[in-house]
Design a protein around this ligand. Structure first.
Ligand SMILES: NC(=O)c1ccc[n+]([C@@H]2O[C@H](COP(=O)([O-])OP(=O)(O)OC[C@H]3O[C@@H](n4cnc5c(N)ncnc54)[C@H](O)[C@@H]3O)[C@@H](O)[C@H]2O)c1
Length: 358
């Protein structure tokens, strides 16, 4: 590691961009934030104050910032999904290494343009596939690389997206429409990246996928359900998706739930309740939104060496979590990320089954 901290600019001072940049507050010897670009003046100013950025480091957009001479080692790109490539290309051209949030981008054409630009400019592009750094997956990867289970020939994984997470991000929230990004890309790009990572060096040959919206439909609205939980719903107290329960009483997903009133300096409980009654999208009945993302989807992959992998995304579940099962020619690894442990098994269990806790 270099002796002086990496200097970085935040591009998109939203939840994720600011989240990454907070490292500069806890570990100033590693990271220093010297610029902020965001078209939202309130977010830009809040980030500038939080990270003590002088006014000459502030820009309206990534594109404007990239027109100025480069003044940091790297850029942290926390813009929304569709803005990833249009904001990253000029930053790479301007000489920045870029940490780009996942999912990389929604189209193959954009992906190839990004790849070409990275190769031509020679700058680093790192994707926010943060699960590659989670101790659970790092430990599994180490066992696979050590050859403990031989050559990997099959992988199966599942991501269960809890009922309240599904409602907050993909039914009432910003990722509820395919036009932003299909939910598989928005949520399970981590899992598909992990599958490819466990087969590092072997490319997928065929990929097939199917999914549907089966749960969050108008036909499934329970009798007595209205259009807004706090306005016209007769069963609000019994519904697990009640906006009052989820966001006012249980305080779930506050950064998303109160986004529509984040420009109120210190919102009161009355401000929050009023917003849920009136125009906050989080006040809507989950069975009666205009969203179009699927609520379950499966993927099958065949790799060039004949290995296969499947991934299931299931949403609206009681318990959230990710599980993974990897089979190799000498053994298998099975684990549930939320338990923080996995088991390595061999057909001839000389030393017994091994359990690894991470
Ligand atoms: N790694 C993970 O596990 C994880 C988790 C959640 C979200 N994400 C991803 O992180 C990304 C950001 O999500 P978020 O919730 O922080 O979004 P956000 O909407 O809170 O922040 C995006 C910010 O980008 C700004 N912006 C828009 N155009 C810009 C431009 N041209 N130049 C500079 N700034 C611009 C917006 O004004 C906004 O403030 C998304 O792609 C999302 O899918 C990743």
């Amino acid at each position: 590691m270099s002796a002086s901290p990496v200097s970085a600019v935040i591009v998109g001072a939203g939840h994720r961009g600011v989240g990454y940049a907070r490292l500069s507050l806890s570990k100033p010897e590693m990271l220093r934030i010297v610029g902020v670009a965001d078209p939202d003046p309130v977010r830009r100013q809040r980030a500038a104050e939080m990270f003590d950025v002088p006014s000459d480091g502030l820009y309206d957009t990534a594109q404007e910032m990239a027109c100025a001479p480069r003044f940091a080692d790297a850029a942290i790109n926390g813009t929304m999904d569709r803005d990833h490539v249009p904001t990253t290309l000029p930053l790479l051209e301007a000489g920045y290494d870029v940490l780009l949030e996942k999912p990389i981008c929604p189209t193959r054409a954009e992906l190839l343009e990004l790849l070409t630009t990275v190769r031509r400019t020679g700058h680093k592009l790192m994707i926010g596939h943060v699960l590659r750094y989670a101790p659970f997956y790092v430990a599994i990867k180490q066992r696979v690389m050590a050859g403990d289970i031989g050559d990997v020939y099959a992988i199966r994984s599942t991501e269960a997206v809890s009922y309240h997470h599904m409602a907050a991000a993909f039914i009432r929230g910003r990722w509820s429409h395919r036009s932003t990004n299909p939910i598989l890309l928005a949520k399970c790009c981590h899992d598909l990246d992990l599958i490819a990572w466990f087969k590092s060096g072997v490319a997928p040959r065929f990929v097939s996928s199917m999914g549907a919206r089966t749960v969050f439909t108008e036909e499934n609205a329970p009798e007595g359900a209205g259009t807004r939980c706090l306005v016209d719903c007769e069963i609000e107290r019994e519904c697990p998706y009640s906006a009052r329960k989820n966001y006012l009483e249980q305080g779930r997903w506050p950064t998303y739930a109160w986004e529509s009133i984040e420009h109120i300096e210190e919102p009161t409980d009355e401000d929050r309740e009023r917003s849920l009654r009136e125009d906050n999208p989080f006040g809507r009945c989950v069975y009666r939104t205009d969203g179009d993302v699927v609520d379950h989807q499966s993927v099958i992959v065949e790799f060039e060496d004949g290995a296969t992998a499947t991934h299931d995304m299931i949403t609206g579940t009681a318990r959230p979590g990710r599980d993974i099962h990897i089979w190799g020619t000498k053994g298998e690894i099975q684990g549930f990320m939320e338990d923080g442990s996995f088991v390595v098994r061999h057909a001839d269990p000389r030393a017994g089954h091994e359990r690894s806790r991470t």
